[in-house]
Design a protein around this ligand. Structure first.
Ligand SMILES: [Mg+2]
Length: 250
């Protein structure tokens, strides 16, 4: 792929995995944070309301591609528990931070990721484009797993206002990566947001199936759509060695 000058990467289930235990820990820490701030709820009832709110807000976000934020879900869940707390309330901001702190402890690099990023740095412009509601947490996760220094551009849907596969977020990636979609590769695991999104933006996608091939659980909050499979001519890789070999193809 001699014409390629820039590579964009997805984050979750592409460069890193997150142990599903993170979700339980995250909710425990969220409840602890609320309790510290004087908001006492029944954990079971709260978690039910929280999950209902997540479902509702994510469903809405899927409709128009606009990103949502955890503060709205927490505010809605608290309302269902009889607490009127605005999404902008600092107690909710603290709960969001504590919630995501669990993700720092349970995120791991997929084997070979650092070696691959070392290999492509210098040869290509390297960027990250991730769907994530709370951008500071995504940045912190990258730091925790030791990957932040490899990206000249980090784009997070929570900052952009829209999620992949919305064309706007890929436009931002193209701008940041030199302006010519023909010279950009985008590597991701999720057929709809990553592969269909990149194709729609005129970018060559690469489908990474490491997590699928190893039967690993997806990071919390991520679900593949049923029966989703990229077009057969989209290159598929299972290891970073496969990816380096693909880049070296004429
Ligand atoms: Mg992903």
């Amino acid at each position: 792929m001699k014409h390629i000058e820039a590579i964009g990467f997805d984050l979750f289930n592409t460069l890193i995995t997150v142990d599903p235990q993170a979700l339980k820990q995250a909710l425990t820490r969220l409840l602890g944070s609320l309790a510290d701030d004087g908001i006492e709820v029944d954990p079971k009832a709260y978690i039910k309301s929280h999950k209902d709110a997540v479902f509702k807000y994510i469903k809405e976000s899927r409709k128009d591609g606009r990103e949502t934020h955890n503060r709205f879900w927490i505010s809605a869940a608290l309302k269902a528990q009889g607490y009127n707390v605005s999404p902008e309330d600092p107690r909710i901001a603290s709960a969001v931070e504590l919630y995501f702190s669990a993700f720092y402890d349970f995120s791991r690099r997929i084997p070979g990721t650092r070696r691959m990023l070392e290999a492509v740095n210098g040869k290509y412009r390297v960027g990250l484009l991730s769907n994530f509601t709370h951008p500071p947490a995504a940045v912190k996760i990258l730091e925790t797993v030791g990957l932040s220094s490899y990206f000249e551009t980090i784009l997070i849907s929570g900052d952009l206002g829209y999620r992949k596969p919305h064309p706007l977020v890929f436009e931002r990636l193209i701008e940041a990566m030199g302006g010519d979609p023909d010279k950009i590769l985008y590597v991701g695991d999720d057929p709809e947001p990553d592969i269909a999104g990149a194709l729609q933006a005129g970018i060559q996608p690469v489908w990474t199936t490491y997590v699928r091939d190893h039967g690993l659980p997806l990071a919390p909050g991520i679900q593949y759509s049923d029966g989703d499979s990229p077009p057969a001519d989209v290159p598929r890789i299972s290891t970073w060695d496969d990816f380096i070999a693909l880049l070296d193809e004429p």
